[in-house]
Design a protein around this ligand. Structure first.
Ligand code: ADP
Length: 444
């Protein structure tokens, strides 16, 4: 930057010029005329530079200043210096704003910056997806004109922002949103909107679960209580009634026990987040044992049950969890197929995977039930399932176990024809599959 212009120097220079002109005037005997001519020339010189400056600032709009000497050159450079500083500042500010916006865009929440009369200053992309605000189209619009839900308007009017507001999304009523407003900077507000749909669903699942467990436990307890209330020392039932009562009470106790067992299994599976896989799960041995148990269970219904097991097909996994998945599917087929049915259980290699399937020719399940079967406590026919001793937790357990073994339960069912429940254990958990893969690779 140039040094400050010295006033003294300028005035001295001007004074010397006038002296020189006066001298010339005196010599040529026209002092006044010489002084006038010089003053007018000086004025014109200044006007000329004023026009140059005006042209530079308003028409050329060039950054570099006009070339000039003396006081005007100094002024042009000064303006040029200020302009450059201004531009640099603007660039820095633009970067700061961009960084702020990038940060706000990266947030997993909708962000809206508002004035104190709720006009929109800025909003991010998520605000468009969650609440339908468009930026820059909605810039300057009042938020209470765009979100018209009465609860939201009331929330704004009340201006008690310590508690967030929960509301369905104005653009998608399947989403539940949480609105938070906080004051921000000078007379500005920040609206942050969070999608809490999943949280709400989890809360609902938890509530339903507690309600279901209580209901499931209360039913057998009511039966037991009913019998116990009519029996005391003075009113002992006769032998026939006692026998019936005893059987019912025993059934109900077994039902409660099964429910508690299943709940424990489910919570054990859910609680251990990290799966400790055993290197070898001898599935064929497990299925042969299950075959024996199935025959025992089959005594009443006399189905024809066929097991088709690949005796060399072992996997890595959690023995107890897999046993419970296999057993649940086989037991269900026996339970829900009318007497004399046909059940086929197979454990076979399919490509590099291991496929387990249970097919029955029972009553089948309607499609709208099929997609809900793995929900906890979901039963197609509540009354019948209870009479078969079902807890409604079996398939929920299977689903959980399978997801921990990178697998998924597949259900195909046709009412009146039968059902097929199957899943495949992926190649990386099937013993021998990797070796086989290497063998199949042709030598280079
Ligand atoms: P439950 O303990 O009641 O058997 P599950 O979760 O094992 O509970 O099964 C849920 C529901 O799915 C059962 O109540 C039954 O209605 C239906 N279901 C399961 N397996 C079969 C099958 N093989 N055939 C027909 N319905 C079935």
């Amino acid at each position: 930057m140039r040094q400050l212009l010295s006033q003294r120097k300028v005035y001295t220079k001007l004074f010397l010029f006038y002296c020189f002109i006066a001298l010339v005037g005196l010599i040529s005997n026209s002092l006044l005329l010489a002084l006038l001519i010089f003053t007018v020339a000086l004025l014109l010189w200044h006007y000329h530079h004023l026009f140059i400056m005006d042209k530079w600032l308003w028409r050329d709009r060039k950054l570099s200043p006009p070339i000039s000497e003396g006081i005007w050159g100094h002024l042009f450079e000064g303006i040029y210096y200020l302009q450059r500083r201004d531009r640099r500042k603007k660039r820095e500010l633009r970067n700061v704003v961009r960084r702020f916006r990038d940060g706000a865009e990266a947030l997993p929440e909708a962000v809206v910056v508002l004035t104190d009369d709720w006009s929109i200053i800025w909003s991010n992309k998520l605000a468009q997806i969650l609440v339908g605000l468009h930026w820059p189209a909605d810039e300057g619009q009042r938020l209470d004109n765009l979100i018209r839900h009465p609860d939201f308007l009331h929330y704004l009017k009340q201006a008690k922002f310590e508690q967030p507001l929960e509301l369905a999304s104005p653009v998608n009523d399947e989403l539940t949103l949480e609105f938070n407003i906080m004051s921000y900077g000078a007379e500005q507000y920040l609206l942050i909107v969070r999608d809490i749909t999943q949280l709400k669903q989890l809360e609902q699942i938890r509530k339903d679960f507690v309600a279901n467990v209580s209901h499931e436990l209360r039913t057998p307890l009511t039966v037991l209580q009913g019998y116990l209330e009519v029996m005391d020392d003075e009113h002992l039932p006769d032998k026939v009634i006692w026998k019936k009562a005893h059987n019912v009470m025993l059934d109900q106790t077994k039902r409660m026990d099964a429910l508690v067992q299943q709940l424990l299994t489910l919570s054990r599976i859910e609680a251990s987040a990290r799966v400790q896989f055993e290197p070898v799960v001898d599935v064929p041995a497990m299925l042969h044992q299950l075959e024996q148990e199935a025959q025992t269970l089959n005594r009443d219904k006399q189905h024809s049950i066929r097991f088709d097991i690949d005796d060399n097909l072992k996997v890595t996994g959690v023995t107890e969890e897999l046993r419970s998945a296999f057993s649940n599917l086989v037991t269900n087929a026996i339970k829900y197929t009318p007497a004399g049915g046909e059940i086929n259980v197979s454990w076979q290699r399919q490509h590099l995977k291991a496929l387990f399937a249970v097919n029955d020719n029972g009553e089948g399940i309607a499609a709208h039930h099929v997609k809900r079967l793995t929900e906890r406590f979901y039963r197609v026919d509540q009354a019948r399932a209870r009479s078969t001793g079902g807890t409604g937790l079996g398939l929920a357990i299977v689903k959980h176990v399978l997801s921990r073994h990178n697998s998924r339960l597949m259900i195909f069912s046709e009412p009146g024809k039968g059902s097929s429940f199957s899943f495949s254990i992926p190649a990386e958990l099937v013993l021998g599959s990797k070796t086989k893969k290497r063998e199949e690779t042709p030598p280079h």
